[in-house]
Design a binder for this molecule. Structure first.
Ligand code: F3S
Length: 654
């Protein structure tokens, strides 16, 4: 399965066998994503398969967790009382490293500050047989692409940009920690059978248009909710002109349109795949994009689906009164931090310098992994960035997740930044609600950091040297003898806390519940459980619950949109909340809530049967509101047992 995991193999035979059964049953052509997904069914004979309706029980090939979500996932796994993860699993230290002055110093500082968390993760992974990527290794999704993604595979990861691996033909879905724990505990993973949105790419990508512009365009078409409940499947002859990391960028940012995941066909099979397939594949929606005509796009501010073609951008800035000066250009994040991204950006920096241009904005560069950093160091690109005045940050998430000690503007001061990242919700990068964050390709970000128009520069590739890069070894495989490993959790720690299981339902209908908070408009997981400085409490449910809904929240539809952070579901429950009532939920958050959170009107709780909320007003009047829910029978059992894990694992807790 990976060079780093001896003795573990990809079971393509199981996929073939499952598919033969499913094909026989459905008697219709399947899209590529259906083939991969149904090839991983737990029960291909008995599973109901209706897109958008049935819940599939699936057997993923592997699990990946980043350090912020891994803490809670591992604490939950420990509470299940098992001694080994059932599928290959890796943990990646990338979210807790704050960008301050530059790579080496920032990494040293993070290792000191987060020592007890890293020690916990290192010992827990060693104990339970997981691979551990130490701080400084790089961003989870880049490392997955380099070491673990494979065509036809099914992976889940506790981070919403896990779909990045779709660039290598893998179905990779972002999930909450509770789902990861289920799969690690050998319980099938449940996913509502996705619809399939096809994106047909014709033409050829060239010039200043990059793969990032494909997804910026798609986000503009589908909006942040348009991919909900669907896999976005790319196809067509245009795929041939995209690189693997470019396809990964497109899949990565599919999270911004709410897609379950995104997928590309294996490139050199594209021709076979598109012929004859075009006529018979059944998509729920099909979008056409001609890459030869696609312009570079700049999306934002404050939402990733506000798509503006480059040629209209100046006009939109004026019209909307967005701050004109770009204060900082930031290259990196799991979306755009590959070697290819770095070389394109460095090429533009070099040409700008050769033209006598100086950086007009601050400029930061985050390599996606130690492999990428070592390679660009070998090729002299770090020198190119630094000679121009750029700062190369640690191989980590950094400002993308708000880990940015930004000093150049005061909080509340309106300003613009442009990033090659994926997300630009209010306050995401620097905790300043007045920062207008725009997202674009690394090429456009670099050019605009010089305040240069793309037409003054052209794109060339840097010549790659052939010597091996000198790379730090940042991977810790599980040891042979795991019995002696002690998992490090200090009982007095304010960052880690062993979990107590939630109590089962007492069988009573709760009445006279106070309404704790009413919100309206957009409500992302960043609103429910703020990031930034709160990241450090991700392993301590009691402490992190102090951040619950403290960000100026205003949300009631697609509630829980954004990251996979399950703390946003756990916290209201930990604080005594019983029900979250909204117009609609974002997919990952909905599952996180069902695994942990209760609801009203419970004696007759059954699939498809509405419940009633009685709202009692201060003046003594009452309103009855009918509540729909989407729990299936199995999920109702999770609720009754107190959580999903306790419903499946009858063994006594340690
Ligand atoms: Fe990290 Fe930002 Fe990606 S937080 S995993 S780089 S979306």
């Amino acid at each position: 399965m990976s060079l780093l995991e001896k003795g573990k193999y990809i079971n393509y035979q199981r996929i073939e066998d499952n598919l033969a059964i499913v094909r026989n049953r459905l008697q219709r052509p399947l899209t590529l994503s259906e083939k991969i997904l149904y090839g991983h069914l737990d029960d291909p004979h008995g599973q109901d398969i209706t897109r958008g309706v049935s819940y599939l029980k699936l057997r993923p090939d592997r699990v990946a967790c980043q350090d912020a979500t891994a803490q809670m996932a591992l604490l939950q796994f420990m509470s299940a009382g098992m001694d080994t993860a059932a599928v290959p699993t890796t943990v990646h230290c990338d979210h807790l490293i704050e960008a301050q002055v530059g790579g080496v110093k920032d990494l040293e500082r993070a290792i000191n500050i987060n020592k007890e968390v890293y020690d916990f993760l290192a010992t827990a992974t060693a104990k339970y047989g997981l691979g551990f990527w130490k701080p400084g290794s790089g961003i989870i999704h880049q490392i997955i692409l380099e070491n673990y993604a494979f065509p036809g595979g099914l992976m889940i990861g506790t981070d919403s940009h896990t779909p990045n691996a779709g660039g290598l033909g893998m179905i990779a879905c972002g999930v909450g920690g509770a789902d990861a724990v289920d799969v690690m505990a050998d319980i099938p993973w449940e996913l509502k059978c996705p619809k399939v949105i096809g994106v047909n790419l014709t033409g050829k990508i060239s010039g200043w248009t990059t793969p990032k512009d494909v997804i910026l365009k798609v986000a503009g078409i589908l909006t942040v909710k348009g991919g909900t409940g669907a896999i976005v499947e790319y196809r067509g002859p245009g795929v041939e002109s995209l690189s693997c990391t470019g396809m990964a960028t497109i899949c990565n940012m599919g999270a911004e349109i709410g897609a379950t995941t995104s997928l590309f066909p294996f490139n050199n099979r594209m021709t076979d795949y598109s012929q004859g397939y075009q006529a018979c594949a059944e998509y729920d929606q099909l979008i056409e994009i001609n890459l030869s005509e696609l312009e570079p796009h700049i999306n934002g501010p404050f939402t990733p689906d506000l798509a503006t073609p480059l040629s209209k951008f100046a006009e939109e800035v004026k019209k909307n009164n967005w701050p004109e000066e770009i204060k900082v250009g930031l290259i990196g994040s799991c979306t755009n931090s590959s070697y290819e991204d770095m070389t394109r950006s460095a090429s533009i920096v070099k040409q700008a310098a050769d033209h006598g241009l100086d950086l007009k904005s601050k400029f930061t560069v985050t390599p996606g992994s130690e492999q990428v950093r070592a390679t660009i160091a070998r090729d002299g690109l770090i020198n190119t960035f630094e000679a121009a005045g750029g700062i190369v940050l640690a191989n980590a998430c950094g400002p993308c997740i708000g880990q940015w000690d930004r000093q150049d503007v005061k909080k509340g001061e309106a300003n613009s930044i442009i990033t090659s990242y994926n997300r630009n919700f209010t306050g995401r990068n620097d905790a300043n609600p007045a920062t207008h964050a725009f997202v674009a390709s690394p090429d456009i970000v670099t050019a605009l950091a010089f305040a240069a128009l793309p037409s003054t520069l052209s794109l060339t590739s840097s010549s790659a040297a052939t010597a091996s890069p000198s790379r730090q070894d940042t991977f810790q495989p599980p040891p042979e003898d795991r019995a002696a490993v002690q998992v490090a959790v200090d009982a007095k720690s304010d960052r880690l806390q062993l979990l107590q299981p939630f109590k089962p339902w007492d069988g009573k209908t709760p009445t006279d519940l106070p309404v704790l908070i009413k919100v309206k408009g957009k409500c992302t997981t960043d609103h429910i459980s703020a990031g930034g400085p709160w990241l450090k409490y991700r392993g301590h449910l009691e402490n992190i619950s102090q951040n619950c809904l403290i960000v100026g929240c205003d949300g009631d539809s697609n509630y829980g949109e954004g990251s996979s952070r399950e703390h946003a579901a756990l916290e209201p429950r930990f604080l005594g909340g019983l029900a979250i009532i909204v117009r609609s939920f974002a997919r990952i958050h909905e599952t996180n809530l069902k695994k942990q959170v209760d609801i009203l009107g419970l004696e007759s709780f059954a699939p498809g049967k509405n419940m009633t909320l009685v709202a009692k007003h201060a003046d003594g009047t009452k309103d009855e509101i009918s509540l729909a829910h989407s729990f299936n029978e199995g999920q109702i059992e999770w609720f009754k047992a107190g959580s999903a894990l306790t419903s499946w694992l009858p063994r006594p807790r340690p």
